[in-house]
Design a protein around this ligand. Structure first.
Ligand SMILES: NC(=O)c1ccc[n+]([C@@H]2O[C@H](COP(=O)([O-])OP(=O)(O)OC[C@H]3O[C@@H](n4cnc5c(N)ncnc54)[C@H](O)[C@@H]3O)[C@@H](O)[C@H]2O)c1
Length: 281
C-alpha cells in the first residue's frame, strides 16, 4: 500500500549490497512512496553488480563512494545534486563492517588497526557524510537522516565485538550532529536500532542464528523484518515525523524492554538447572 509519503522528495541511499540489504528494501519502498534518489556503495560492492539492478528497478543512478573517503563523499554529493536537480531531503546511512569480526578475532585479542577501520567505516563515516552535507548545504530545511544501529550499543552481545563500540559512537554522532544540524538547518538525525536481520552483514556476526532466534523468542511481536524496517525509515523521512531528532529508535518488536518471556521459558530454554554448578567447578 502506498501513501505518497515521499512525493517530491529526493535522497541518497547508502549500503544496498544485494536484495537482502536493509538499504535495498528502503530504496524499493522510497520509490513506491514517490521519492527520487541516488544509490551509493563502496567500489567493491559496485563490482559485485547487484546494485545496478536496483538502480534500473528504481530509476536511480548509482555512484561509487567509499564512505571513509571525504573526497568520494564530496563527489557523491555534488553529482547527486546535479542528477536530482537540487538539494536532497533524506539520507539513509546503512553501512557497517568490522575486519575483526570478519577475521573471527576474539574480543580480548583485537587488532587495533582493524578496530580503527571498524570505527571509521561504521561510525565516523556518519560524521563524514553529515559534515560534507552541511558544508555543501546539500540538505533542504526539515530534511531527515537515518542511520542503522543495533542494541549492542547499550548491552553486551558477546560476539558482536568492536561493532558494539562502533554502534555506540554512531548513536552519539547522531545526537551531537543532530543538535548542530537542527539548530542550523532544521535537519533531523536519528538512528534506528533494528532487530537481527538476515543480511550479509548480519550473518557475518558469530552466532547470528542464536541472536536471531533468541530475539524472536524474547520479543512480544517477534523480530522486525527488513521490509518492516524500511517502512519505519520511510515514516522518518516523511513530513509526519518532523519533530523527531537526536533519538535512537528501537525497531525490534519490543525486545529492548524485555527481561524474559513465556516463550523462552516454555519453548526455548533448555538449561536443566545444573549449569551454574558446572560453571563454579
Ligand atoms: N543485519 C542485522 O542483523 C542488523 C541489525 C541491526 C543493524 N544493522 C545495521 O544495518 C546496516 C546495514 O546492514 P545490512 O544488515 O543491510 O547488511 P549489508 O551487508 O547488506 O549492508 C552493509 C553495507 O555496508 C557497505 N559498506 C561496507 N564498507 C563500506 C565502505 N567503506 N563504504 C561504503 N559502504 C560500505 C556494504 O557494501 C554493504 O552494502 C549496518 O549498519 C548494520 O550494522 C544490521
Amino acid at each position: 500500500m502506498t501513501h505518497n509519503l515521499l512525493k517530491g522528495k529526493k535522497g541518497i541511499i547508502f549500503g544496498a549490497l544485494d536484495e537482502n540489504s536493509i538499504a535495498w528494501k528502503v530504496a524499493e519502498r522510497a520509490k513506491e512512496e514517490g521519492a527520487d534518489f541516488v544509490l551509493t556503495n563502496a567500489p567493491i560492492a559496485l563490482r559485485k553488480g547487484d546494485i545496478f539492478r536496483l538502480g534500473e528497478k528504481t530509476g536511480s543512478e548509482v555512484i561509487s563512494a567509499d564512505v571513509t573517503q571525504v573526497d568520494d563523499l564530496e563527489n557523491l554529493f555534488q553529482e547527486s545534486l546535479k542528477i536530482l536537480d537540487g538539494k536532497i531531503d533524506f539520507i539513509l546511512h546503512s553501512v557497517g563492517m568490522s575486519p575483526n569480526v570478519r577475521k573471527g578475532l576474539h574480543y580480548t585479542d583485537l587488532d587495533y588497526n582493524y578496530m580503527m577501520k571498524t570505527l571509521d567505516v561504521s561510525a565516523v563515516s556518519l560524521h563524514k557524510v553529515l559534515q560534507t552535507a552541511i558544508k555543501l548545504d546539500a540538505i533542504n530545511k526539515w530534511g531527515s537522516v537515518v542511520a542503522l544501529s543495533y542494541i549492542a550499543a547499550q548491552r553486551t552481545f558477546s560476539s558482536y565485538s568492536d561493532m558494539a563500540q562502533a554502534k555506540a559512537m554512531l548513536e552519539s554522532i547522531a545526537r551531537s550532529f543532530g543538535y548542530h544540524y537542527g539548530r542550523r538547518r532544521k535537519v533531523r538525525i536519528n538512528t534506528v536500532s533494528q532487530s537481527p536481520t538476515v543480511t550479509t552483514a548480519g550473518k557475518g556476526v558469530g552466532g547470528f542464528d542464536a541472536f536471531y532466534n533468541y530475539a524472536h523468542c524474547m520479543s512480544p511481536l517477534g523480530n522486525a523484518s527488513s521490509a518492516q524496517c524500511a517502512d519505519y525509515c520511510i515514516t522518518l523521512f516523511s513530513d509526519l515525523t518532523r519533530m523527531v531528532t537526536m533519538q535512537n529508535l528501537f525497531h525490534d518488536g519490543g525486545y529492548s524492554n524485555m527481561g524474559i518471556s513465556d516463550k523462552l521459558i516454555d519453548d526455548c530454554f533448555v538449561c536443566q538447572g545444573d549449569c551454574h554448578e558446572r560453571d563454579n567447578e
